[in-house]
Design a protein around this ligand. Structure first.
Ligand code: HEC
Length: 198
């Protein structure tokens, strides 16, 4: 049998790679063991309530946000306002000219507490005059989102802010407004519906 001729070009080539059961390199094993040990020690020594040293430093309590108000607890009207109303009526209560009417100095806010409660419960749609200016937007209803006590605290808040000076609104007033108007399905049609309630 003659050996096939091996050309110089073939001799230059590397041998074909072989696959075998190579051991994991020692430094990879060491690194894995170190990371594992670090993880175990870190988890074992850190407590869930402790202020994290790394990251943005917020506590668990801060991340959870304010606890829901307990039944009968005093509701923070300012917080309800910021969460539900400030996006449209602005934190200053001044609204946006031509789009969102002001709550500061508004005859609707300072007027009858029952009408004001009805506005927040059912919303408004259509032409509405506020402080002599005409608006025609959509004010959402809050009857399904806010409890009577929350509406009362909120209205008491907006009636005492930004120079407003009107009597506080009680939970009973809001409850008394919610019941008779419970059947109402749509928002008030601006001045046409609210004018007589002024
Ligand atoms: C999505 C925007 C929006 C949100 C949120 C909103 N409003 Fe309004 N609000 C309006 C618009 C628009 C009008 C005017 C409606 C119209 O032109 O028919 C209005 C009108 C009013 C009025 C009567 C007019 C005036 O300025 O006095 C009161 C009172 C009022 N809103 C209170 C509130 C309160 C309290 C909240 C929070 C619970 C709230 N609004 C949340 C848009 C909003």
């Amino acid at each position: 049998m003659t050996r096939p001729e091996i050309h110089s070009q073939q001799q230059r080539e590397n041998p074909e790679p072989q696959e075998g059961a190579n051991p994991v390199p020692w430094f990879v094993l060491l690194l894995t063991a170190l990371l594992l040990a670090f993880g175990i020690v870190y988890i074992a020594t850190s407590s869930i309530t402790q202020i994290p040293a790394w990251g943005d430093g917020r506590t668990t309590a801060e991340l959870q946000g304010p606890a829901p108000a307990a039944k009968g607890a005093v509701v923070d009207g300012a917080a309800v306002f910021t969460a539900r109303c400030a996006a449209c009526h602005q934190a200053t209560g001044a609204g946006l000219p031509g789009v969102f009417p002001p709550l500061a100095g508004s005859e609707w806010v300072l007027g009858k507490d029952t009408t004001l409660a009805a506005i927040v419960l059912h919303g408004i749609s259509g032409p509405l005059t506020v402080k002599g200016s005409a608006y025609s937007g959509e004010m959402p209803a809050f009857k399904d989102q806010l409890q009577d006590a929350e509406v009362a605290a909120l209205l008491t808040h907006i009636r005492s802010q930004w120079g407003n000076q009107a009597a506080p609104v009680s939970t009973e007033t809001v409850a008394g407004e919610r019941q008779p108007t419970a059947a109402r399905s749509g928002p008030f049609k601006g001045d046409a519906d609210l004018g007589p309630l002024k």
